[in-house]
Structures are given as structure tokens and as C-alpha cells.
Design a protein around this ligand. Structure first.
Ligand code: NAD
Length: 467
């Protein structure tokens, strides 16, 4: 989905743009509207900072560990700001900040190992790992800090410097995070830039950038890849998903219902690897629909800053319109809204948690990524049919299988065409695992040592055994 432009602050000569609180729809802050031409100087400074930053791995580790401490210490400043601009409940903002600090610590402690090459000849070869240079990151609005850290933590730990652009819907917490982290790092090692398109496009195609790591939608991912082709920079793309959850015949519906519900609705469904469609065996169909609907009806929806809220608003007006469109189309296609099905009659971008039953399997809410608090439940006859339906998508990010017999569940999970499968839960990631979608869900690998090495280039030295 192309990011629509937040409105400009009137009368300020276009130098800043308004940031809206999705719980009210009102502006509450503003961010600099940086122009694409300003990037030349920013990338130039990142290039200069790179020479010092790459030179001393031990100093890097110390600085990144100190940055993690600084992030944690700033939690009470960062969390309310993140909730205000993104909409998520405050506890989830704190969790995002904790994850950011944990990721900095994880990557700070990784060290690229030189690897010997031996093919039996009397020449010794060794692969050493070198940083790439100044690199770029472009981030969406659903997990602004967590996704930013997924980019800067491995990139900086590997010895690169980075210019990072958050979504114009959520620039403020990222700017604050940048300032907090910068207290522990040399100048210009990490620079946050904010503004509208074509700022991201210029960053992706900038000749001084050696790697572009992007998280967002498939169409923008294609545009980023096209842009990076100009300088032949390396590209890592983490794109959309339409994860299926398959419930098996032996599933204990009441036991898993809470987990399944929150795997779909956390962060108001705005999670790339949320459960976005449920396949339930025909025999259990009504029970599954009822268990999910009951949870949807009793979930407390409200502003993220209200301590009682379990679910916040959708992040922005265009996204809310998108969720409404998918839901209206499903209802027109013959689906039943067993819970929700409409936006809430109050200011802000609130949509009622929605469970859709009797959805035709070819309705766009099933075949595309709705990215909101709406969950279609589809009945199936045989497991083969469910697996085929789950795989019948251009996406391949994640998937899950739910049942009591774990061997049987794992055998079914093994048949899903995606990057990560879970059994009896969904969307939990370890910092130490590779995260990589297949098909249109992405290019390249993030996370764990695999993601770390993606920020480095091999540098091979051959030398004879004797002079
Ligand atoms: P988006 O693609 O509209 O925007 C993402 C970022 O790209 C924003 O910072 C935006 O300003 C920037 N951008 C827009 N046009 C650009 C261009 N031409 N060149 C360079 N940058 C440009 O996505 P979004 O609406 O912000 O986020 C939602 C999407 O992100 C969903 O599809 C979701 O699945 C995906 N997502 C994927 C992952 C993952 O890890 N796979 C994680 C979170 C979100």
C-alpha cells in the first residue's frame, strides 16, 4: 500500500508536517519535512563517520551496550510518545522499547568470525568480514521502534553507519529514539531523517548508500528495489503477509482461543505476521467462530494511553478506510459479521474488532492483506484442502497449525510455504532466528547471525604457506 501523505501544518512554509493522534484524529506534534536534496549532506556525514566507526569493534560493542541502557532509561519518555502517534496500548509500547534494547545488546555481542578456506592446495585462504559503508533503512508505522532497531542494531554492530527514515505517520518516537541512542554513539553514526515522498525514494536510490533495508508493503518494496538498482546497492525487503492459521480436528478450541485471538488482533491487527485468516474444520466451525466472536465483543477498545484499553485505534485514516473497504466487500460477498463489522462512533480511527463467518474463500479479505482488526474464519473439509488454501497466496511470511497431537501438527506445519511456522501459537520471534519471507513477502534475511552477516561483505585473503 502506498503511504498517503499526512497533512502539512498550515502556515509553516512546509518545513514541518503535522503528526496526528489516531485516538482523536487531531494533530499533537510536528516533525521536520526534510527535502530529498538535504540527503546528500546527510549521507556525506554518514560516510565520514563510517571511517572511525568501522575501525574499532570493541569500542562499537561498548557504545551499543551503552545505547541499550540509554534506551531503557528513556522508556517512560519514549513509550507515551509512541502510543500517542501509533495508537497501541502503553504496555505494548513499553514492550517495543524493551525489544529495542534487547536487540541492541544481542547484536552488540555478535562478532563476525573469520572462516578458513581449504581446498587442499598449499595456499591458505580466509574469509574475513567487512562492513558495507553508509546504509539506509526505511520503516513503516506499525512497530516504529522495534522495526527501526531490527535495522540499525545489526547494521551498526557490523560497522556500518545508517540513515533511517520512519513513516511520516510515526516520526516522533523514532526521532526521540535517535537522540537517545546518539548520546552513546559518535556523531552521524545513526541519523534519522523525516519527511514525505520522494524522501524515501531518494534515500533508496542514493549513490552513497551501499545497502537499503526496507520494511513495508509489496508495491513500495518493488519501488525501493527499482531505486536501489540505480546504484546497485544491496537490498533487503521485509514485505507484507497473509498468514493462515489452520486448526486441526483435535484442537482444544477453548484452550487456544485467547492465543489465537490475540495473534490476530494484537496492535489492532497491524502486524505483518498476524494471523490474517483462520481455517477451521467444518465440525468445529461454529465453536471456533463463537469463541473468537465472544472475545472480540468483550475486548476493551480505547485510546492507548487509557490504562484499561486492550486494543487501540487503527493508526491512520487511509488505513481505516482500507479496513472498512475490505469488510464492506466481504459483507457484500455474503459474509456475516458475527462481531463488529463497522467503525466505532467516536472521534479517532477506531474499528470494532471484527469476526467474519461464512466468508467466500475468494473474497479479498481472505486473499489479500487487510492489516486491521478483522479476521475471516473459513471452514474446510480435508486437511489437504486447508493446506492448499493456506498456500494459495502470493505471500509467504508465516503460518501456524493448532492441535493437540504435536507430531501431526508439525507434519501439517511442514507443508506451509512460508518463512516461519508456529505450532499452537503465532508471531513470536526469537532475536536469534532468521526472519525471511518467501514469495512476495520478502527478499533477504533479517534476524540472528544470518541477518547480521547480511550487513557485511566477505573479504577473502589468499596467502601461501611459505614466502
Ligand atoms: P508502505 O510501504 O506504505 O511504507 C513503508 C515506508 O516506505 C514508509 O516509511 C514510507 O514513507 C516509505 N515509502 C513510501 N513510498 C516510498 C518510495 N517510493 N520509496 C521509498 N520509500 C517509500 O507501508 P506501510 O503502510 O507504512 O506499512 C504497512 C505494510 O508494511 C504492510 O504491508 C505490512 O505487512 C508491511 N510490514 C512488513 C513487515 C515485515 O517484517 N515483513 C513488518 C511490518 C510491516
Amino acid at each position: 500500500m502506498a503511504t498517503p501523505q499526512p497533512r502539512r501544518v498550515p502556515g509553516n512554509r512546509g518545513e514541518h508536517f503535522a503528526v496526528l493522534d489516531p485516538a482523536t484524529g487531531e494533530a499533537f506534534g510536528e516533525a521536520p519535512d526534510q527535502q530529498p536534496e538535504e540527503l546528500d549532506a546527510t549521507v556525506g556525514r554518514a560516510q565520514e563517520a563510517w571511517h572511525g566507526w568501522r575501525a574499532n569493534p570493541a569500542a562499537r560493542t561498548t557504545a551499543l551496550l551503552a545505547a541499550a541502557d540509554a534506551v531503557e532509561a528513556a522508556g517512560s519518555e519514549l513509550a507515551p510518545l509512541l502510543t500517542r502517534e501509533q495508537g497501541k496500548p502503553l504496555a505494548e509500547s513499553y514492550a517495543e522499547i524493551a525489544r529495542t534494547a534487547a536487540r541492541l545488546r544481542y547484536f552488540a555481542r555478535l562478532d563476525p568470525c573469520p572462516q578458513p578456506i581449504s581446498d587442499g592446495r598449499p595456499v591458505r585462504g580466509e574469509v574475513r568480514w567487512r562492513p558495507l559503508g553508509p546504509v539506509a533503512a526505511i520503516v513503516p508505522w506499525n512497530f516504529p521502534l522495534q522495526l527501526a532497531s531490527a535495522k540499525f542494531a545489526p547494521a551498526l554492530a557490523a560497522g556500518n553507519t545508517m540513515v533511517l527514515k520512519p513513516s511520516p505517520f510515526t516520526p516522533l518516537a523514532t526521532r526521540l529514539l535517535g537522540s537517545v541512542i546518539s548520546t552513546a554513539l559518535p556523531e552521524h553514526v545513526l541519523t534519522i531523517v523525516t519527511g514525505h515522498e520522494p524522501l524515501g525514494a531518494r534515500l533508496a536510490s542514493h549513490p552513497g548508500i551501499r545497502h537499503v533495508t526496507f520494511t513495508g508493503s509489496v508495491p513500495t518494496g518493488r519501488a525501493v528495489a527499482r531505486g536501489a538498482a540505480a546504484s546497485l546497492a544491496r537490498v533487503t525487503l521485509e514485505l507484507g503477509g497473509n498468514d493462515a492459521a489452520i486448526l486441526l480436528e483435535d484442537v482444544d478450541v477453548e484452550r487456544i482461543a485467547d492465543r489465537l485471538f490475540w495473534a490476530a488482533f494484537r496492535n489492532c491487527g497491524q502486524v505483518c505476521m498476524a494471523v490474517k485468516r483462520v481455517y477451521a474444520p467444518a465440525r468445529l466451525y461454529s465453536q471456533v467462530v463463537e469463541a473468537l466472536a465472544q472475545r472480540a465483543k468483550t475486548t476493551v477498545v480505547g485510546a492507548g494511553l487509557d490504562p484499561g484499553s486492550q486494543l487501540g485505534p487503527v493508526n491512520n485514516a487511509p488505513q481505516l478506510a482500507r479496513v472498512e473497504r475490505y469488510t464492506a466487500q466481504a459483507l457484500a460477498d455474503g459474509a456475516r459479521a458475527v462481531a463488529g463489522g463497522h467503525r466505532l462512533d467516536r472521534p479517532g480511527y477506531f474499528f470494532a474488532p471484527t469476526i467474519l463467518a461464512d466468508v467466500p474463500p475468494d473474497s479479498p479479505v481472505v486473499t489479500e492483506e487487510q492489516f486491521g482488526p478483522v479476521l475471516p474464519v473459513v471452514p474446510y473439509g480435508s486437511l489437504d484442502e486447508a493446506v492448499a488454501a493456506a498456500n494459495d497466496t502470493g505471500f509467504g511470511l508465516g503460518g501456524s497449525v493448532w492441535g493437540t497431537d504435536l507430531d501431526r501438527a508439525e507434519a501439517a506445519a511442514d507443508r506451509l510455504e512460508c518463512g516461519t511456522v508456529w505450532i499452537n501459537h503465532h508471531a513470536e520471534l526469537s532475536l536469534a532466528q532468521p526472519f525471511a519471507g518467501t514469495k512476495e513477502s520478502g527478499v533477504g534475511v533479517a534476524g540472528g547471525p544470518w541477518g547480521f552477516y547480511g550487513n557485511l561483505r566477505p573479504f577473502v585473503v589468499h596467502r601461501p604457506e611459505e614466502a
